[in-house]
Design a binder for this molecule. Structure first.
Ligand code: UDP
Length: 363
């Protein structure tokens, strides 16, 4: 079986690393990796290929830094060329980015079966570009691999045929379990005096709805500044967030216990997750990783696709308003949480997906 894996953004490299290890070990299966170029900074892309031992991409389309339509359109055209040349038996797409949608669309139009990893997630907020990407990708896909029962229910309620839907668990759980053994302490810049052995909060922020709205960004940073007086906050900052902060003329370095650093690699992220006291984020992946590493999480959004975390009291939705974030912090800081329920499978999602792919190719 010849599989074309289409990836382009940081969380996709991590998810693909888990499944790629299983694909590589499978006889009579070849994986061709196509990197769309959506994330291109060394610390948003190259580092993951190196440290997670993902095979070098066979194709790099170098499509980045454009508007949504232009980016998706160019990817679509270039992926179509690769499909003509490679003639894969199946295309694998991950998550909810423009790369995901472009890959699924290019393949379905050429009648190449599409498998969507992390299918069925919904925020029910259609203003999020990710939500549109997810819905369209799910409806274009032949095999929908869902991480949670909620995701399965979402697809059923949209009328997706039952035979396409498979509950497999979360490949991010596989990745977290496997790479936890290799966790590595990140070197911190001189201006950041944290030891990482004393309490600190780990925060990330990159969703367009937060970074591209100056009012929201200001509210969030005001709340973080306030909280950092009690517990220092470390923020491995997404390039988009840094850019927006600079554009707004906000001076984060003036806040003494709030430390912005460059994005870290995944192995370093695991170290930070293990050692922090609390996670504050608008990232989808990090909400789950907080849970994998038994840390309470405050989500800086109004809704989440990972509703089971909220239902189990592991995650609190705080929105972007300063006061509601401070209230959430008061509620979550030092809250005792039961992390024992196995919400995302047992770390065997990749193997289960492989079984389904083999069954599909035998049909
Ligand atoms: N991540 C990382 N280094 C960082 C920030 C995030 O390795 O500096 C990892 C994080 O642990 C998670 C993934 O990137 O596995 C999440 O990516 P992101 O937040 O960009 O996207 P989302 O999950 O929201 O789609």
């Amino acid at each position: 079986m010849k599989i074309l894996t289409i990836i382009g953004a940081r969380p996709q490299f991590i998810k693909a690393a888990a499944l790629s290890r299983v694909l590589c070990a499978q006889e009579n299966t070849t994986e061709i990796i196509l990197h769309t170029g959506q994330h291109f900074d060394a610390n948003m892309s190259k580092v993951f290929f190196a440290e997670l031992e993902i095979p070098e991409p066979d194709y790099n389309l170098e499509v980045a830094g454009l508007s949504h339509g232009a980016m998706t359109g160019r990817m679509l055209e270039k992926i179509e060329h690769v499909l003509f040349d490679e003639k894969p038996d199946l295309v694998l797409v991950y998550g909810d980015t423009n790369s995901t949608l472009a890959g699924a669309l290019a393949a379905v139009k050429l009648h190449v079966p599409v498998a969507h990893i992390e299918a069925g997630l919904r925020s029910f907020n259609r203003r999020m570009p990710e939500e549109i990407n997810r819905i369209l990708t799910d409806h274009a896909s032949d095999l929908l691999f869902c991480p949670t029962r909620t995701a399965v229910d979402n697809l059923r309620s949209e009328g997706i045929p039952e035979k396409r839907i498979h509950l497999v668990g979360d490949v991010m759980q596989d990745a977290a379990l496997f790479y936890a053994q290799k966790a590595r302490k990140p070197p911190l810049p001189e201006y950041c005096p944290l030891t990482l052995e004393s309490p600190f909060i780990l925060a990330t922020l990159h969703r367009a709805e937060n970074t591209d709205d100056p009012m929201r960004l200001k509210e969030i940073f005001n709340a973080l500044a306030e909280i950092s007086r009690l517990v220092p906050i470390l923020i491995p900052a997404h390039p988009r967030t840094r850019k927006k902060i600079a554009e707004m003329g906000m001076d984060i370095s003036a806040v003494s216990n709030l430390f912005l650093i460059d994005p870290v690699g995944y192995l370093e992220m695991i170290y930070l997750l293990r050692n922090c006291t609390l996670v504050m984020t608008d990232s989808g992946g990090l909400q789950k990783e907080a849970y994998f590493f038994n840390k309470p999480c405050i989500t800086l959004r109004d809704e989440t696709e990972w509703v089971e975390l909220v239902e189990h009291g592991c995650n609190l939705l705080a929105g972007y308003n300063r006061d509601s974030i401070l209230k959430a912090f008061a509620a979550m800081h030092q809250r005792t949480i039961n992390f024992s329920s196995n919400l995302y499978g047992a770390g065997k999602a990749s193997q289960t997906i492989m079984k389904h792919l083999l069954a599909e190719s035998a049909r």
